[in-house]
Write a protein that binds this ligand. Sequence first.
Ligand code: MF3
Ligand code: CO
Length: 263
Amino acid sequence: MITIKSRREFAKMAKAGAVVSKVHDEIREAARPGVSLDELDAIGAQIIATHGCVPSFLGYLGYPKSLCLSPNDVIVHGIPGDYHLREGDILSVDAGAIFEGFHGDAAFTMGIGEIGADARDLIATTAEAMWAGIREIRKGARLGDVGSAIHDVGSAAGYGVVEEYVGHGIGRQMHEEPQVPNYGTPGKGMKLRTGMALCVEPMFNLGKRHTKVDADGWTVRTADGSLSAHWEHTVALTPDGPWVLTAGEEPLPVEFEEAEAHR
Ligand code: MF3
Ligand code: CO
């Protein structure tokens, strides 16, 4: 079922999204050589709680932590533990928060200290692909427009574009319909409607696209051991166009009528 959100509901998601953005800012500052992933998870959990939110991930299908922290060849769903970051690592940071029943969910990848040129390019290109996908989000566009825009950026750079894990609708549930794949055919797939909220989240590998899951049942790695980057924003489709709910620096959208979002 596709849920159509009202303006008031988008505003709640924007509050959750602002807290997620705050978590990102704090983790970006704290993630240094020598810091453990458990320490970063504790920082994230505290920010979420002190802003009146509940972590989306903790307890989700038994997931044990508040953040997903995925270093180096980990694509997504890395469980924070006693791994201490090292100079030259890359780290994907994924956070979700619930405010008054509504979720915000976003991720970014960063370098720890000095990183190699290949890693820098991978991170920048994955972010660029996320924005290329977000730019396709408008009334009447189709999911294939979003997916193909993302895939084009990754394949043009020669990266492996992960297919087994996808973006998703979001609202009262972290994962709602529709799935938002990072591939597709322009003009094909579900038509986007005002009131939808989507998480756009490309995962690109320096090597091939194939994945494997650790024995913990969560940690998703590149099958070939290559580095991987992951960027994600929660995007609301308002009558004025896309509103990126998890980008703290984004201006608020123009007001729109609640009735328009309820059809
Ligand atoms: N942010 C992830 C996503 O977009 C969810 C993390 S999975 C969890 O699907 F189990 F940790 F919650
Ligand atoms: Co997500």
